[in-house]
Design a protein around this ligand. Structure first.
Ligand SMILES: [Cu+2]
Length: 149
């Protein structure tokens, strides 16, 4: 009996060391909002080329990857489809461009809280992130002032 429980304990110690470091590093933020809002993430890929194919959040009924385009002075959004990320490359979402659309928010997204987001990649599978929620007019994390474009 004693040697059996010792064996189980040893296996438990070995398992975490065998796990690979994640190849996809996700950071970003979400904008406060009621009903619908958007999240902007940066994905750094230190592994093999991959594609972002979807996202979900328990906070929203529908989560879609969108792109914004200026057509004749009017900003329009459309579904972006899969977004490729090269090995060693990155996906950089920002206001006025690629973003994650959150529709059917189950509760207002309030500044100072966090948004749980799960991103789905073709090869890496599910990557979870917890994004800080910034005030409604935010253009990004306040790091040394306003990035006006
Ligand atoms: Cu959108």
């Amino acid at each position: 009996m004693k040697s059996f429980s010792f064996l189980v304990a040893s296996l438990a110690l070995v398992a975490p060391a065998a796990a690979k470091a994640p190849a996809l590093h996700v950071s970003g933020w979400a904008r406060a909002g009621v009903g619908s809002s958007a999240a902007y993430v940066s994905v750094h890929n230190s592994g093999a080329a991959d594609r972002l194919i979807g996202a979900s959040s328990p906070a929203a009924a529908s989560v879609t990857i969108h792109d914004s385009q200026n057509s004749g002075g009017v900003m329009r959004m459309r579904a972006a489809g899969a977004v490729s990320v090269a090995s060693g490359g990155m996906i950089a979402m920002k206001p006025g461009g690629l973003h994650i659309m959150l529709s059917g928010l189950k509760a207002p997204l309030k500044p100072g809280t966090t948004l749980p987001l799960t991103m789905r990649f073709e090869k890496a599978g599910l990557v979870r992130a917890s994004l800080p929620v910034l005030p409604p007019g935010a253009q990004g994390p306040a790091a040394g002032g306003h990035h006006g474009h």
